[in-house]
Design a protein around this ligand. Structure first.
Ligand SMILES: O=P(O)(O)OC[C@H]1O[C@](O)(CO)[C@@H](O)[C@@H]1O
Length: 526
């Protein structure tokens, strides 16, 4: 394959790079990535110390595993050193299927280059690929995910929001039915989004549910572990509050028994909260700096039994809200097939691997079956049931083929998504994705790869910035076989497009780190 037309080193605008000391790329290479790498060492130590307690290993395998763990720890330490001293990149030496493509790109575009000189995107992707190499060169640790422990801890700490959302979706109709009103006549009387959605694709309830769940899906991207390089669980909880339909004047803790996600007007009145108070979710709508939800709704409402592809980002809570949104699309009749694209190798700390997907569903539907301790253990039996029912429904989607999880090496390559339609090694992926009616890209890294991670003026249109995937592509998006697409992204890198004139300047005054803090977001539709 010739890589000359697939160039990760020369994006259409000046590339983001760690060579600029003012950039977030520099800060990431300088302080965040070394911490992430050190945590891998800690994790392998812990795994290695736990080997003795593993009854499935015979003595000789245990010994081999221990020796390999020591080697991995050494290799990861050396990798941190290379990064911190800005040593030149070296070719990969394992035999994972993508190695040839990586080495070709290194040789063609980055020969003699190094972490701070190359594009930030390339360096960061290369780092995660080198981490994979350290494990891949072993016999017993090839499939080990050094980030799984962190993913699981943070997901567990998301219980309050997980439960609140499950209850919002699944709990039975409350006030409307209790007051004898026909709940389907008055959507405000309903506590269950499931009931709203079941009114059919053209109903007001389905539309309201769309706006709420799409924003929940967006803000799920705020809690990823690569940004929280020292995950502070209280911070995770705080970030998740924004997804709830709580009134903003309510207390700042998610204590049990409080009215989460709305509830009936009566309930709110009883708590002394005026109905016209904005909810947390509504308040945060102002933080979506370019918001194409209306355009997305225009597309979604035209779909019937369509195929929707979701290019996943993080495991844990973000995956959970992605599944909530996918569930909505199916329940409302818009989609009959949802394809989830996961990563094949541990990536940017918390990205979803196929294993994470299955594991997440299991934690939900298993509950405390067989007397085992449930992963989520809300005291209220109705909440326990809501989680279990939701998980069981999702398991059925997987077993009957409504939901499919897939993965491809393209998502962990060094290439921007500009190259998806033409990169020979992605031809099978692109061919399959062309059968879809809508692509939903989650998260910051997917956004960076969509817009080629370069310094576009912030008023550049999204259509233009995504090049061949956009409507402004020379052949036109449709001719190129690309369906409508949307990006749900909280901003964690110093690139953003699609802003109205003056917005970036106003933000610079309002919040210096608005581009990278994860506090602000964009929803961009093409
Ligand atoms: O999980 P997300 O939203 O893709 O975020 C990953 C992003 O986090 C960061 O590590 C934040 O610096 C970026 O390098 C990367 O783009």
């Amino acid at each position: 394959m010739s890589t000359t037309t697939f160039d990760p080193a020369h994006p259409p605008q000046k590339m983001l790079s760690g060579s600029n000391k003012e950039s977030f790329g520099y800060a990431t290479l300088q302080s965040r990535l070394p911490v992430i790498v050190s945590k891998i060492v800690d994790d392998v130590y812990r795994a290695y110390n736990g080997l003795d307690a593993d009854p499935s290993l015979d003595d000789s395998t245990k010994k081999q595993k221990e020796q390999e763990a020591k080697k991995i720890i050494e290799t990861i330490g050396a990798l941190r050193y290379e990064l911190q001293r800005d040593k030149p990149f070296r070719p990969l030496t394992d035999s994972y299927p993508d190695v040839k493509e990586w080495n070709q790109a290194l040789e063609t575009f980055y020969s003699g280059s190094s972490w701070y000189k190359a594009s930030w995107l390339f360096s960061e992707c290369y780092l995660y690929r080198r981490i994979k190499e350290a494990f891949e060169l072993s016999e017993h640790w090839k499939d080990y995910d050094p980030f799984f422990r962190q993913k699981s801890i943070v997901f567990k700490s998301s219980q309050k929001a997980v439960v609140a959302i499950a209850a919002r979706l699944m709990s039975p109709v409350s006030a409307g039915s209790a007051s004898g009103q026909d709940p389907l006549q008055d959507v405000n009387q309903l506590s269950s989004l499931d009931v709203l959605i079941s009114q059919g694709p053209d109903s007001k309830g389905t539309q309201e549910a769309f706006y709420e769940l799409a924003q929940i899906c967006l803000w799920g991207n705020a809690t990823d572990l690569s940004l929280l390089d020292n995950p502070d669980l209280a911070k995770v909880e705080e970030l998740q509050r924004r997804m709830l339909m709580e009134k903003s004047s309510s207390s700042s803790s998610l204590g049990s028994g409080e009215t989460l996600l709305g509830g009936s007007p009566d309930q709110q009145g009883a708590e002394g909260i005026a109905n016209d108070e904005p909810t947390e979710l509504e308040k945060h709508a102002e933080m979506i700096l370019t918001n194409d939800l209306d355009k997305l709704w225009g597309k979604v409402k035209s779909l019937r039994n369509a195929r929707v592809d979701i290019i996943l980002d993080n495991a844990g809570f973000e995956l959970y809200v992605d599944l909530v949104f996918a569930d909505y699309l199916v329940r409302a009749g818009f989609a009959s097939e949802v394809v989830f694209h996961a990563k094949r190798i541990p990536w940017f700390v918390s990205d979803v691997l196929p294993f994470d997907f299955d594991w997440t569903l299991r934690q939900l539907y298993t509950g405390n079956a067989d007397g085992l301790e449930a992963f989520f253990d809300p005291e209220d039996p109705a909440e326990q049931k809501a989680i279990k029912d939701l998980g069981s429904r999702w398991r059925t989607y997987v077993s009957n083929g409504t939901w499919r999880v897939t993965s491809h090496d393209f998502w962990t390559s060094c290439y921007a998504f500009y190259h998806l339609p033409t990169l020979p090694t992605a031809a099978d992926l692109f061919g399959d994705m062309q059968k879809s009616d809508l692509w939903i890209f989650k998260g910051d890294l997917n956004y960076r790869k969509l817009v080629y991670d370069c310094l576009w003026p912030t008023t550049t249109t999204f259509e233009e910035a995504i090049g061949p995937l956009g409507g402004k592509a020379p052949a036109g998006r449709k001719a190129a076989g690309v369906p409508s697409l949307v990006s749900f992204r909280t901003c964690k890198a110093d690139v953003v497009v699609g802003l109205a004139p003056g917005v970036a300047e106003a933000m610079d005054i309002k919040a210096k780190d608005w581009m990278v803090s994860g506090e602000y977001a964009v929803i961009s539709f093409s």
